[in-house]
Ligand binder design. Structure first.
Ligand code: ASP
Ligand code: MG
Length: 405
């Protein structure tokens, strides 16, 4: 007999039929003799609906009340799922964040899980009941309701699994697992049997949205191994776990793309202290979210800095940098370019293999795809290419690293 935590997202509990389907899946686990704690989201669309109702009354609803309001979405779904289970003869009980002992700190609408006191959940399990916990919510030491940020039910599930020392934590969702690339772009993409926390985090940071990054960080910190799998079929999913030696034999775990990127280059920057600080300071003040940064110094002792950002930030960046140009003196200028895509290769195997970047660049070169900017981290190499070549670039690199099915 195993103790399993299963997380079902909003889509999986999005209608009465789907709630029944989830109840059936939980019943199947119970019939196998396993104990189940399900952590669930609000029915799909409910959280958005509640936010828009609040916005009809106020442009800036107080965050305390938003928390009270939004947490009601999960309170509905846990009760409905418990009702469905009881109807099937499964003794299920719901638990709100408070009842499940999820203690948070931080601020309203962005609560952080501090710890979990699972006294009530443990008691229900001792009584051999099935427990349905509200995701996305917790309670502060002084009794305030917190929500955990959008998509926060993933975090609730990981934290609950850690607190009750579950044998298995499953994130059941509308994707089948984690793939070597987006299967809509790379037809030969494969589902990965396993991936390390860091690789999933890097892939998430470049647009492969499997689950909320904060929950993966939490899982890494507390060593919670989990499986991402479909709530619609019984195929095995992807295990997300600590890295182990065998994982390093694969050089690249996955390839990911981001579209709609733009580049800003400041040229003719005097090569003196403080210049980069003023430029980035201006962008930060304008809340421009910078991604890649590349800079170098030309032979004339003037530097150039290039940054990439989402195209929607480009206008704001240009406006913020205008006054800085004067500050930088007569030689400075600004160039911008939109229509850029970013391609990243991620894999912990990079640490122990050499020539990874060369292989990626050669593959792109052979396909006549021109590389713009390059940036690297310990387990990631990213390049920019023309946006209309980004899909081909992903396929070429996917093949070069033997990731094709
Ligand atoms: N219901 C919340 C949201 O829509 C939490 C979640 O789905 O994980 O963001
Ligand atoms: Mg959701």
């Amino acid at each position: 007999m195993a103790l399993i935590v299963q997380k079902y997202g909003g889509t999986s509990v999005g209608s009465i039929d789907r709630i029944r389907n989830v109840a059936q899946r939980i019943k199947t686990e119970r019939d196998k003799g396993n104990q189940v704690v399900a952590v669930i989201s609000a029915m799909g669309g409910v959280t958005d609906k509640l936010i828009s109702l609040a916005n009809e009354l106020s442009d800036e609803p107080t965050e305390r009340e938003l928390d009270v309001l939004l947490s009601s979405g999960e309170q509905q779904s846990i009760a409905l799922l418990s009702i469905a289970l009881n109807e099937m003869g499964i003794d299920a009980v719901s638990a709100t964040g408070r009842q499940a002992g999820i203690v948070t700190s931080g601020s309203h609408t962005r609560g952080r899980i501090e710890r979990i006191e699972p006294t009530m959940v443990d008691r229900f399990l001792e009584e051999d009941r099935t427990v349905i916990v509200a995701g996305f919510q917790g309670i502060t030491e002084d009794g305030m309701i917190h929500t955990l940020g959008r998509g926060g039910s993933d975090l609730s599930a990981i934290a609950v699994a850690s607190s009750i020392k579950a044998d298995l934590c499953q994130i059941l969702t509308d994707v089948d697992g984690v793939y070597t690339a987006d299967p809509r772009v790379v037809k030969k993409a494969r589902k990965l049997p396993e991936i390390s926390y860091d690789e999933l985090l890097e892939l998430a940071s470049v647009g492969t949205k499997v689950m909320q990054s904060r929950s993966v960080e939490f899982a890494k910190k507390y060593g919670v191994k989990f499986e991402v799998k479909s709530s619609l079929n019984n195929n095995p999913g992807t295990i997300v776990t600590e890295e182990h030696e065998a994982m390093e034999s694969v050089v690249i775990r996955g390839v990911s793309i981001e579209r709609s990127q733009a580049r800003v280059t400041i040229t003719g920057i005097p090569d003196t202290p403080g210049m980069s600080g003023s430029i980035l300071g201006a962008l930060a003040a304008a809340e421009v979210n910078i991604d890649m940064i590349v800079s170098n110094i030309a032979s004339d002792h003037l530097a150039r800095h290039s940054f990439t950002m989402h195209t929607s930030d480009l206008g704001r960046a240009q406006k913020a940098l205008k006054p800085i140009l004067t500050e930088l003196g007569g030689s400075a200028g600004i160039e911008t370019e939109a229509g850029i895509g970013k391609l990243s290769c991620v894999g912990i195997g990079m640490r122990s293999h050499s020539g990874v970047a060369a292989k990626m660049f050669e593959a792109l070169g052979e396909a006549k795809i021109n590389i713009g900017m390059i940036s690297t981290s310990e387990i990631k190499i990213s390049v920019t290419v023309e946006e209309d070549q980004i899909e081909e670039a992903a396929r070429v690199v996917h093949t070069a690293f033997d990731l094709d099915e």
